[in-house]
Design a protein around this ligand. Sequence first.
Ligand SMILES: [Fe+2]
Length: 153
Amino acid sequence: MFSPGHTQASITYVIGDAAFVHDTLFQPDGGTARADFPGGNAHSLWDSIQAILSLPDETRLFTGHDYRPDGREPVWESTVRQQRETNIHLSNGQTVEDYVSMRNERDAGLPMPKLLLPSLQININGGALPKPEDNGQRYLKIPLNALTDAAWD
Ligand SMILES: [Fe+2]
C-alpha cells in the first residue's frame, strides 16, 4: 500500500494477516508518526492511516518505532482493532481536521532528529553513499550554522 504522510514515498507491506506499517501508526499509547519531514503531510498521513485501519480488525500491525511511554517494556505488534479503539491520536472520535491540527501543532515543537541530515543525503541518492573525494574518503555535509534549533547532542 502506498502510505505517504510521514514521508512522500512511505509504503506499507501487507503480507497475509500482517502489515508492516513503518512510521504511520506507532503503538496505541504512542500515537502516530510526525509529518513534518521534507515531503511529509499530516493530511496525507491521516489518509494513509485510515487505509491501514480499513484492513481486517485482526490484522497484525508491526510498527517502525516504539518510544516506550513511561518506560514500559518494548512492544512491536498491535492489531487494527486495538489501534482503532485505543490509539491516543485516533480513538477519541477525531475528525481529519482535528487530527491535522493536532499533528501540525505537535510537530512544530519536536526537535530535528540527530540522524536526519545524514539519512536524507543517502536516501535521496537511492541509498548510495557519496562518491569518494580526492583522498578516497566519503563525506556527508552538515550545515552547522544553518540549523540553530537542531539537537546535536
Ligand atoms: Fe521515520
